[in-house]
Design a protein around this ligand. Structure first.
Ligand code: 4FN
Length: 230
């Protein structure tokens, strides 16, 4: 799966996308992530990518031409163009799974006040939001989307059967986890986890995953409630 990430800070992504699973997936060529500098598509000698908004007011707007040129330079017949924006469809596991079936995603990151509306109408297939808070720019949102989507690309995950993954698939939180030592500052590991009885352990984990979800995120049982087995 290929990602082209269009932004004004192509170096922004070097950290998050060069570590851990995402780095390994790139080395093994399961993922290809190409960071594109929108400024390379500015035609004027000052490489201006932003301008003042029509109608006045504070802030700057990303100009239609360089953004559009950058998108069109990356686009093929198999591309889906996504603009990360607060107006977008909320990103969740279901949407991420659908996106992971695409061959090529072009991710457009907003800066300043955002992108000229006409680009969104002409060149963008879908707007996606990672949540309801104010961000400085769309780069972190693109990193989040890549991370979430990449986990669904076959081979990217080390252990596809991990229990954490099972819990996510069922749309609820994971159960509490314990490792050595058996006693930490007087707190013992729950007895059943030491029993070696895998049926009992499984029962305990399922029950506690459910209880934890009810207590901390009761909305999750409703929103992601439908089990998703594949
Ligand atoms: N944000 C809100 C309302 C109005 C503006 C913003 C905001 C970065 C270019 C967009 C934000 C949040 C989730 C991209 C926020 C996201 C962005 C995202 C984002 C600079 C313009 C901006 C009501 C949501 C608080 C700045 C609400 N997912 N504007 O953050 O790109 O993808």
């Amino acid at each position: 799966m290929k990602f082209d990430v269009l932004s004004l800070f192509p170096n922004y992504f070097q950290g998050p996308l060069s570590e851990s699973m995402i780095a390994r997936a790139q080395k093994s060529e399961l993922l290809e992530i190409n960071c594109v500098d929108i400024r390379d598509y500015c035609k004027d000698k000052h490489k201006q990518a932003d301008d003042r908004p029509y109608g006045g007011g504070p802030g700057m707007v990303m100009m239609a031409e360089p953004v559009s040129e950058a998108i069109r330079a990356m686009k093929t017949s198999k591309s889906k163009v996504v603009y990360l924006s607060p107006q977008g469809k909320p990103l969740d596991q279901k949407l991420a799974k659908e996106l992971s079936k695409e061959k090529h995603l072009i991710l457009l990151c907003g800066h300043y006040e955002g992108v000229d509306q006409r680009v969104l109408e002409s060149d963008v297939d879908m707007e996606i939001s990672i949540g309801d808070y104010v961000l400085t720019n769309g780069c972190l949102a693109a990193c989040v989307l890549i991370d979430v989507v990449a986990r669904f690309v076959p081979g990217v995950l080390g252990h596809p059967e991990s229990s954490a993954n099972d819990s996510f698939e069922k749309g609820r939180l994971d159960c509490p986890h314990y490792t050595r030592p058996q006693n930490f500052e007087g707190k013992e590991v729950p007895e059943v986890l030491l029993s070696g009885n895998h049926q009992e352990i499984d029962k305990w984990r399922q029950k506690n995953a459910f209880l934890q979800t009810q207590k901390k995120r009761p909305d999750l049982n409703l929103v992601l409630g439908e089990p998703n087995n594949e």
